[in-house]
Write a protein that binds this ligand. Structure first.
Ligand SMILES: Cc1cc2nc3c(=O)[nH]c(=O)nc-3n(C[C@H](O)[C@H](O)[C@H](O)COP(=O)(O)O)c2cc1C
Length: 202
């Protein structure tokens, strides 16, 4: 990959970081909340909200259950789209990120899991994400059983609960403006791995 291509990707990441900071300063209720869209092998899309926990040049990471619906869909078809909307930044900003998905290293997931509140750690063991639940009591009982199982010691990361990293091959920034003069800046990577940047009609 040529230097200039790396430079364009670095520019896109720096723009994301700048807007992410601006979202904090602007008082966005949760700048880390993002939609993650998946597609099944028979091309059915599905979307839900997750929280962005980390981003760097390797990609954008969220945590979930591998056996939940999105976990299963992303293992069968490891491509995702992420979507942020920060209405309080400038005149409104949307960021769209698309790319291949990979599971983070165990050590990385362990380190993040260790920072979570104990209640969330127990919840990760107790939840059979996306499976049918007959009653809230059933979940509460599973939670109590987990608390008992790990009483007096640290709760380790459930092996099927981990991070998924989206490695961007397309990042688009949409900036709101008056009179529908919205601006769209697209950075994308071609099959040869070269990044380019262009404007799109709004
Ligand atoms: C604000 C918000 C944040 C959420 N964050 C996460 C998250 O980081 N990871 C996660 O697995 N689910 C998160 N959820 C729940 C998901 O939206 C979803 O209900 C769950 O992951 C099951 O999705 P699935 O059946 O498609 O796997 C969040 C929901 C909301 C509303």
């Amino acid at each position: 990959m040529a230097m200039t291509d790396h430079a364009l990707y670095a520019e896109a990441l720096a723009t994301f970081a700048e807007l992410f900071d601006a979202a904090l300063a602007a008082g966005e209720p949760d700048r880390t909340a993002m939609t993650v869209a998946t597609a099944t092998l028979d091309a059915r899309p599905a979307a839900r909200t997750v929280l962005l926990k980390h981003f760097d040049a390797r990609g954008f990471v969220f945590y979930t259950h591998l056996d939940g619906r999105k976990g299963r869909e992303l293992q069968a078809n490891p491509h995702a789209a992420l979507l942020f909307h920060w209405p309080r930044v400038r005149h409104g900003v949307q960021v769209r990120i698309e790319g291949a998905v990979e599971i983070v290293a165990d050590a990385e997931a362990d380190a993040y899991f260790a920072t979570r509140a104990r209640g969330s750690q127990a919840g990760a063991w107790a939840s059979k994400q996306s499976e049918a639940l007959s009653s809230r009591e059933e979940f509460m009982q599973r939670l109590a059983a987990v608390e008992q199982q790990f009483e007096g010691r640290e709760i380790p990361r459930p092996p099927r609960w981990t991070g998924l990293r989206v490695r961007p091959d397309r990042i688009e920034f949409w900036y709101g403006a008056d009179f529908r003069l919205h601006e769209r800046q697209l950075y994308d990577r071609d099959r040869a791995g070269e990044w380019s940047k262009r404007m799109l009609y709004p």
